[in-house]
Design a protein around this ligand. Structure first.
Ligand code: ARG
Length: 457
């Protein structure tokens, strides 16, 4: 049984249940390296300020480096009865270098210590997520370039609406993931602020140098208020909110691709290596990666709601409830990173089925353009809408597609139709008519591709 670092005022042993209920080391050991880096910066500052001797600081730093190595090599032994990552490391330090190790915690509390370690962790993971978003955007750009000359129906209400170029779809998702990236970058500014040196809540009664520790740890800024620095978790909530929004976008795209991959649609094919089989139905090739991106979105939303709920009734300043901020974040980070990698692999491996998409893009999806033809000839849009509605009804009754109509038949519905009306009835023609900025015409798509090629260089 390891003796507790705070054992002084207690006369009986902690109940086993309490130890197990309150411990966090089983999960917060994920912060170990960040905690040690924070401690090293703190010790160096204590030495430089003469709060401990330079020699003592050096012993502490060397001891911490050795412990870091043991942790990374997996030989460190974690003890539940030592509660959390911080006290496990501090206790190991004292065992390693003797009582001088007990000087590390001078002018510091676990409250500013944990807030610092968590922010260091979050900074790194936010950067990792931003990089994964960049890679996903690049994969989408490559697919867009390969699919400029493929048209498919664009859908509203999951009903065929108007033809679009497939590249237009991929470019839309670049915009979406780009905004996700911007959100994370913006949050990073607020993550990049150092709580260390705030003590338990009120600041520190030793001549510490917070600017020094902040520079040493690579923080942009020192947090101005010690109560805020130890008690607030809004930045972490913001990170979870960014993650939840990003998962919602991934989930929506996953849904598109799941539908497109169904036998009924057959718009795309997923590579074998990214799909899985059924244990009972030999014909099946399931889009499990996409389904799990969609399915795991729920747990990230859950993480956001969990932490919002944890903080909502907390009095100033630190409360132990705040220990509950870790697991939701660790889980969200793991889930989001996995989903971003999964989606990139799917995009890279995706094979569009040009013939099927093209065929689906024709037919009544071209109806709006036939109506607009009449508008250009002077008919009010409402009347044109009515005329084309009649044409659609006429052809549907005969189970015919729009492309099969002849000029002679068109003239029966309106004498404004001329020879050039028939040429409209191609999805490529119709897509390329949408030349407005941001539209699906080839020239607009080439502009968008050029824009992202510059941006993603
Ligand atoms: N494990 C704790 C946490 O994650 C560390 C801070 C504990 N502070 C305290 N005063 N008990 O929040």
């Amino acid at each position: 049984m390891a003796e507790k670092l705070w054992g002084g005022r207690f006369s009986e042993e902690t109940d086993k249940f309490v130890e197990e209920f309150t411990e966090s080391v089983s999960f917060d050991k994920e912060l170990a390296v960040y905690d040690i880096n924070g401690s090293i910066a703190h010790a160096r500052m204590l030495g430089k300020q003469g709060i401990i001797s330079e020699d003592e600081a050096e012993k502490i730093i060397n001891g911490l480096e050795e412990i870091k190595k043991e942790i990374l090599e997996g030989t460190f032994s974690w003890k539940t009865e030592l509660e959390d990552v911080h006290m496990n490391i501090e206790k190991a330090l004292i065992e390693k270098i003797g009582s001088v190790g007990g000087k590390l915690h001078t002018g510091r509390s676990r409250n500013d210590q944990v807030a610092t370690a968590f922010r260091l962790y979050l900074k790194e993971e936010t950067k990792n997520i931003i990089n994964l978003l960049k890679e996903l955007k690049k994969a989408l750009l490559e697919k867009a370039k390969e699919s400029i000359d493929i048209v498919l129906p664009g859908y509203t209400h999951l009903q065929r609406a108007q033809p679009i170029r497939l590249a237009h779809y991929f470019l839309a998702y670049i915009e979406i993931y780009h905004r996700d990236e911007e959100r994370f970058s913006d949050t990073l500014k607020r993550v990049d602020q150092m709580p260390l040196g705030s003590g338990a809540l009120a600041g520190v009664d030793f001549p510490i140098d917070r600017k020094m520790t902040s520079e040493e740890l690579g923080f942009k800024q020192v947090m101005r208020n010690s109560l805020d620095a130890t008690a607030s978790r809004d930045v972490i909530i913001e990170f979870l909110s960014d993650s939840a929004v990003c998962m919602s976008n991934l989930s929506r795209q996953a849904e598109d691709l799941i539908i497109w991959n169904s036998t009924e649609f057959s718009f795309v094919e997923l590579p074998d290596k990214l799909t899985t089989g059924s244990s009972i139905m030999p014909q099946k090739k399931n889009p499990d990666v996409l389904e799990l991106i969609r399915g795991k979105t729920g747990r990230v939303y859950g993480s956001l709601v969990a932490l919002l709920t944890v903080v909502k009734g907390l009095p100033m300043a630190y409360n132990r409830d705040l220990q509950e901020d870790k697991e939701p974040v660790f889980d969200a980070v793991r889930t989001l990173k996995g989903s971003l990698i999964g989606m990139r692999k799917i995009i890279e491996g995706l094979k569009p089925n040009k013939e099927v998409m093209e065929k689906a893009a024709g037919g009544f999806s071209l109806a709006t353009d036939l109506a607009n033809y009449l508008v250009r000839k002077g008919l009010p849009f409402r009347d044109a809408h009515h005329v084309v509605g009649q044409i659609v009804g006429y052809l549907s009754n005969q189970k015919r597609e729009l492309e099969t109509i002849t000029l002679e038949e068109l003239k029966r519905f309106s004498d404004l139709f001329d020879e050039d009306a028939v040429q409209i009835l191609s999805p490529y023609y119709v897509a390329d008519a949408r030349k407005s900025f941001g539209g699906t015409a080839k020239e607009q798509i080439l502009n968008q591709i050029k824009y992202w090629e510059e941006e993603l260089k």
